[in-house]
Every structure is written in C-alpha cells, then in structure tokens.
Ligand binder design. Structure first.
Ligand SMILES: Nc1ncnc2c1ncn2[C@@H]1O[C@H](COP(=O)(O)OP(=O)(O)OP(=O)(O)O)[C@@H](O)[C@H]1O
Length: 501
C-alpha cells in the first residue's frame, strides 16, 4: 500500500465522495483547467457541464488517472472509510482500489464479443484472483468455479437492468447505439464502482434512448448508492436526473448548485450563448424558463445591469498566470463570451467563401482568441482535415437557398456559416463524402456530430422533397432556433437570438 496515496478518512468529509481542490491542468502554455474546486456528494448524481472545450473531459482524465494534474488535489472517500488521493495513485489502480469506473465519449466496447463476454471481461481481475493467478481455473478449482458463476450472475443482473438481457449472446457491435451506451454502463457497474464517471452518455441518443438512459442512471443511483459524475451536453438529461450541477467555462467554475439555480444563472446562460448552435436552444427553451428567455431576448433590465448585449454579457476578462517554465499565458475567465461573439461575427463577415482558407483557429470556444489553439492529438485537429468541402457554390441556385435549418443539428448560425462557405442546398449536403463531412466538422468544431446527427441522411430525404419529423416541426414554427418557412433567401433572416449578435 502506498502511504502517500491512502490515508484514513476524515469522518467530517464523508458525505463528499469526491473532493476536487485547486485543480489545474496545463498543456504547454494552455491552461485547460485553472484552480478548479468542487465536490460530488455520496449517492448523488453530479453533472459537469459547459461549452465545448470548457475542460470537462480534462477533469475526468485527471480524476481517472489518464492525466496527472499540474496542481491540486483530488480526494476520493470510500464507504469503508479509506481515502485516496487520486492524483498520486497509479492510474491502473484507480478502478480497483479507489473504485472509480468510467465510460468514454466514444463507445469503447469489444464489438466482436457478445454482450455477456464484454461484462465478463470487465470482471477479469476478480476471476484472476480467484484462480490464484495460476491455471487452477482451467482445472475446475472450486474457488474459481464459484467466482465464475458469480460473475455470470452479476453480468446477467446488469444486462437486465440495462434492458438488454435478451441480446446477451449477440455481438455487442450489433446493438443499436443507445443500447451500446447502456451496455458500457452495465460493464462499468460490473466492476462494483463507488464513483461512476460518465462522459457524455446521452450523446447521439434519440429521445426514447435518452429516457432509457435516464431510467438506468436513476436506478443505479436509487438501488446501489453508487455516486455518479456525469459530463453531458443534453440538458434534458442533466436537468432531469442531476442533484447537483457544476458549470465550467474555460477551465474555470462559473456556477455550482442545484439544477434550478444553475439554469437561471446569467453567467451560465451567457456561457452558453457562446455556443452558436442548437445547444443554445436547448438551454434557453427546453431547460431555461420563460423569464430567462425573455430577459435574454430583450436584454437586461437597466436597473439590474448595463444595457447593451455585449456589456451585459461582459467583455473578456483575462488573467495572466505564471507558467511553470516561466512563460506567461492568459486565461479567459468566466464571462468572456460576448467578446468572442462580436469577434466571431466580424470574422464571419470577412470570411472568404472557401473552407480551404479557414484559418487554423476555429471560431469556437475551443480556440478562443484568449487561448492559444490546442495541440491535442486526441481532440479535434486545429485545421480542417481536408482542403475543404468539395461541392461549394458561389451563390444559391436561382438566388434562393434551401432552409437548411430543417436539418436537425443546423441552427440559424450554422446555416449562415454554411452559406458563407458556399453550401446552400440540401442536395449539396446529401452529396457529401466523408472528407466533406470532416471538413465541415473541423470548421464547425463538431467532432463526429454531423455523422451522429445524420445530416447527410436527412439532406437526402429533404432534397427529394420528403419530410422528416424534425422538418415538420420546423415548418410548423415549433423550433426556436430554426426559421419556419420552407424556403428562405440566401442570407437567412436572423432568429431572435441571432439578431442579438
Ligand atoms: N492532451 C491534450 N493536449 C493539449 N490540449 C488538450 C489536451 N486535452 C485537452 N486539451 C485542450 O484542453 C481544453 C479543454 O478540453 P476538454 O476536452 O477537456 O474540453 P471539454 O469541455 O471536454 O470539451 P467537449 O465538450 O468538446 O468534449 C481544450 O482547449 C482542448 O483542446
């Protein structure tokens, strides 16, 4: 036992299963996390939210040992009273000793193995121990047989909970996407975690699958007492099941509280206004209450703050921090979105109509002017993967563009960006090859999202004059971030929110 990584628990801290204190993570000159502190309480669901690039996955990577933080302390208090300092524990020991399990943004199942096999592999350590780390298992050693039977029982239990037990003997890769997500969670639960960390479990799920996910997570919380830490962009999931929400922007905490207080926190709304797609719609309509939407549409009451939208959202507040190698880096704090918004609007107006000429720094939260672009090999590349979209047009055919907001995933702002880069019609998107999708995703900073949201499939239907469930909602004027008309002028009319930029 490593004395530096384990100590007796402080009884007073026991209601916090996880305590993150003054956590910082620097990648060269980039401060991905800056002096972050928060707690996750035992038996609760804590959500970590924030715009793209806010640092959520980096926090997860520090908790689960994939990264060793530059500074700070991460304390895990187990139910038996033992306490682990995760930043000091070798990462392979975190699941077994600290009882922390995680899932990833991208599904990582053994797709050729059956569901049951996936869950048995997760219990490999337990089975190895039962075999005495010898070949006794092969000879039917009774301890091994018992452990093996228990492992199968546990696997079946979690397959039932995840509502996929009838597919136990099918290859995991044959499952629908939502069921694969639940299988990943079932696999993590087979390791008996006390803290379950889920990185965007609802990404790419349809509403029915999201409901099944919510049910599974609530069941885990209520029947096992496992604490859950969740990164999620789907606000309906966050607000429905979380007990506690921590909001990050640029690696710093901007809000921390129960879902109700967080959803009406103007700093949170302002942070999300920097995400110029339907995530804003999600926050403002699905989650936000009418007063907040009204306040944002009309600007703040002059009695409570400055009148212009950009001053309401506050200009960039930067802080210079010393970097260990002596260089100086700047970190943009909390309410820095308005500056980006203005800069982005100006940049968009002066963009040439070619994705090939888009500069390396993408106009998104991931690479704001206040932060140098990331050099992460694991994340979206800073430059488009290809020289650009192949089938751009100089202008819409017949002077009239299609209403691209009828495609689920394209809001008015992204429609405008696509128009600026020569994409006006459904048939153009319908004809996109993989390289075109990658170029558009790189520009819009949508890692894998265009594929996940099936833009091309939707565009194929719409280009043939067919409808989708979503396009019918748009045409009926029921989608806040889309414009209702079937056809629109080349430069789409600004939405209420778009008009604020
Ligand atoms: N290994 C790495 N090397 C360099 N920079 C990195 C690395 N990992 C993350 N970053 C950068 O740190 C910042 C925070 O990234 P992170 O992935 O944690 O954000 P996030 O909130 O999880 O974003 P998203 O919601 O898009 O997944 C980004 O600017 C990212 O590019």
């Amino acid at each position: 036992m490593n004395a530096s990584s384990i100590q007796k628990a402080n009884p007073g801290m026991n209601d916090a299963i996880l305590q993150v204190e003054h956590l910082s993570m620097k990648f060269g000159g980039l401060v991905a996390i800056g002096d972050l502190s928060f707690q996750a309480r035992r038996g609760e669901i804590t959500a970590l939210i924030g715009p793209n690039g806010a640092g959520k996955t980096t926090v997860f990577n520090c908790i689960t040992g994939f990264y060793k933080p530059s500074e700070g302390m991460i304390t895990l208090n187990r139910q038996d009273g033992s306490t682990y300092l995760l930043e000091r524990l070798p990462n392979h020991e975190i699941p077994a000793r600290a009882k922390v399990a995680r899932t990833f943004q991208n599904i990582r199942l053994f797709s050729g193995m059956t569901l049951l096999e996936n869950l048995l592999v997760a219990q490999h350590n337990k089975l190895m121990k039962a075999s005495g780390y010898t070949v006794l298992g092969l000879f039917g050693f009774s301890g091994y047989r018992k452990a093996s039977a228990e492992s199968i029982e546990l696997a079946k239990h979690w397959l039932e909970k995840a509502d996929i037990v009838d597919r136990a003997d099918d290859p995991a890769g044959d499952l629908p996407y939502g069921a694969q997500r639940r299988l990943e969670i079932a696999r993590a639960m087979c390791t008996g975690p006390e803290l379950l960390c889920l990185d965007e479990p609802a990404a790419g799920l349809n509403p029915k699958e999201s409901m099944a996910l919510n049910a599974l997570l609530m069941d885990i919380k209520n029947t096992t007492g496992t604490s859950i830490l969740l990164i999620e962009h789907d606000m309906s999931v966050v607000m429905q099941i979380s007990d506690h929400v921590v909001v990050l922007e640029y690696g710093r905490k901007i809000s921390d509280g129960n879902p109700q207080s967080v959803r009406t926190d103007p700093r949170v709304i302002a942070a999300y206004l920097g995400v110029d797609d339907e995530e804003v719609e999600t926050v403002l309509t699905e989650v936000g209450d009418e007063d907040v939407i009204e306040q944002l549409d009309t600007g703040p009451d002059s009695a409570h703050g400055p009148g212009t939208s950009s001053s309401y959202l506050a200009g960039p507040v930067t802080e210079t921090v010393g970097h260990s190698e002596g260089e100086r880096v700047t970190v943009s704090k909390g309410a820095s979105k308005a500056g980006q918004f203005d800069a982005r609007a100006k940049a968009a107006a002066s963009q040439p109509a070619s994705l090939a000429t888009v500069p390396a720094a993408k106009p998104t939260a991931k690479s704001s002017a206040a932060r140098p672009p990331a050099k992460s090999p694991a994340k979206a590349p800073a430059t488009p993967k290809t020289s650009g979209i192949s089938n751009r047009l100089a202008a819409p055919r017949g002077g009239t563009a299609d209403n691209l907001t009828r495609i689920k995933g394209i809001g008015t702002v992204n429609e405008q960006k696509l128009n600026q880069h020569g994409i006006f019609h459904f048939d153009q998107i319908a004809a996109w090859k993989k390289s075109d999708v990658e170029a558009a995703e790189a520009y819009l900073a949508f890692d894998g999202r265009i594929a996940r949201e099936e833009w091309v499939k939707q565009a194929k239907l719409l280009s043939r004059g067919k409808e989708t469930e979503f396009s019918r909602r748009v045409d009926a004027g029921k989608v806040e971030t889309s414009h209702a008309s079937g056809k629109t002028a080349a430069k789409p009319a600004a939405s209420k929110r778009g008009g604020r930029k």
